[in-house]
Design a protein around this ligand. Structure first.
Ligand SMILES: *Cc1c(COP(=O)(O)O)cnc(C)c1O
Length: 390
């Protein structure tokens, strides 16, 4: 901490590996590919750790594709999701040979076909269907309902598949769905799978063969005292339903969420008649989840402080927004200068960070065994406006 400064993200390599392997091994001999969802944490060291143990990747932009390739991942193990792939992105993905495009609309299918035609090649595609099931999670991270912008209505998917099947430049491979994030129950996943399997049957009857099912990500983690999904049982339930078809999963949070912490330092303690504020050096620009989703993160002292002030503290940052908090009402004994670990911060932490209030983005460190390495330098003040002109 002293060596790297504060605030700081710290990740555990062995936790990342173990979390990915738990998914991978639960499949046994069933054909499968566990594609880590890069948007959860796209640090090159995280991607390299996963590439080395055979992970595939779920990407949503050209930037994520280039990160994966730079970190040693294989394009042939990448599935390309996202609602608005640009011509440039599709071109690059075809050039490097991604495993599959997850197509989210009729117009996107047309665009992919056009690009594939211009490159005189075939684009491998899955159509992302919206099974209209309630993931029972936060509305901002629920994606499988008709009112969401994602995917194609399951009833409209057949005609798109027919169109794709007839195209010389599209190669139908799979069927895709992703119903939301931070799910804590298996039943919405299995409801979605049932709907998807009905569609696979209908497509088979029309001579359209589906060779993989991509069931997305969304497996929740424990932030507080919520129950979580038994991954082994979830994957066994999938295998039981699907016969021999290859399964792709796209877990993000479940791989990195509990493999990372956010370290922050108490700058000041400020108590008024009814509130105790610990003003820390980390803020909503560094870890957005509490202010954005009202998300809970456990907060632990890095070393116990018997001489601190015991109170129910709100941890707030230096940013000029009332919504700038990391945690509220935490019973802790604190003094100025104490370091705190905001737990479960490995997913959607650094990747959602910004430079708001002209704060340089923080450093990231990877711990492997008794080694620790800086895997992203703290930004400098100069970095903040290096690309600006007047
Ligand atoms: C965000 C996302 C994921 C990963 O979700 P997690 O909840 O982090 O597992 C996977 N697939 C798609 C299409 C996504 O948008």
């Amino acid at each position: 901490m002293v060596a790297y400064g504060s605030p700081l993200y710290v990740y555990s390599r062995s936790d990342i590996e173990n979390n990915w392997r738990e998914f991978d091994e639960a499949f046994g001999n069933h054909p499968h590919l566990v594609c880590y969802a890069v948007k959860a944490n796209s640090n090159l060291a995280v991607l390299n750790t996963l590439a080395k143990i055979g992970a595939g990747f779920d990407i949503v932009s050209e930037g994520e594709l280039e990160r994966v390739l730079t970190a040693g991942g294989q394009a042939s193990q990448c599935v390309f999701s996202g609602v608005a792939k640009t011509t440039q992105e599709i071109t690059r993905a075809l050039e490097v040979g991604v495993r599959c495009f997850n197509v989210e609309s009729a117009s996107e299918l047309d665009r992919i076909e056009l690009v594939a035609r211009s490159l005189n090649t075939q684009a491998p595609i899955s159509i992302r269907v919206n099974p209209n099931v309630d993931a029972k999670t936060h509305p901002y991270i629920s994606t499988g309902l008709k009112e969401n912008k994602f995917g194609v209505d399951i009833d409209d998917a057949i005609s798109l598949y027919q169109q794709a099947h007839q195209s010389e430049h599209l190669n139908v491979q799979g069927l895709d769905c992703h119903i939301g994030s931070q799910l804590t129950e298996v039943s919405p996943f299995l409801d979605a799978l049932d709907k998807v399997l009905e569609l696979v049957d209908q497509l088979n009857q029309q001579g359209i063969e589906i060779t993989h099912l991509d069931l997305g990500g969304g497996v929740g983690i424990q932030y507080d005292d919520e129950k979580t999904i038994d991954i082994q049982a979830y994957i066994e339930a999938i295998i039981e339903k699907v016969g021999n078809i290859e399964i792709i999963l796209e877990p993000g949070r479940a791989i990195v969420g509990n493999a990372g912490v956010f370290v922050t330092k108490v700058e000041f303690l400020k108590q008024n008649s009814d509130h105790s504020f610990a003003i820390v050096d980390g803020a909503m620009n560094d870890l957005l989840r509490p202010s954005f989703y009202d998300a809970y993160h456990q907060v632990l002292p890095i070393s116990e402080n018997a001489n601190g002030t015991q109170a129910s503290w709100d941890l707030v940052g230096p940013i000029c927004e009332t919504g700038d908090f990391l945690a509220k009402g935490r019973d802790l004994s604190l003094s100025q200068g104490d370091y705190l670990a905001v737990m479960s911060a490995g997913a959607y932490g650094f990747t959602m960070s910004s430079n708001y209030n002209s704060r340089p983005r923080v450093a990231e460190v990877m711990v492997s065994g008794d080694q620790h390495n800086l895997v992203r330098e703290r930004e400098t003040i100069q970095d903040l406006f290096d690309k600006e002109h007047f």
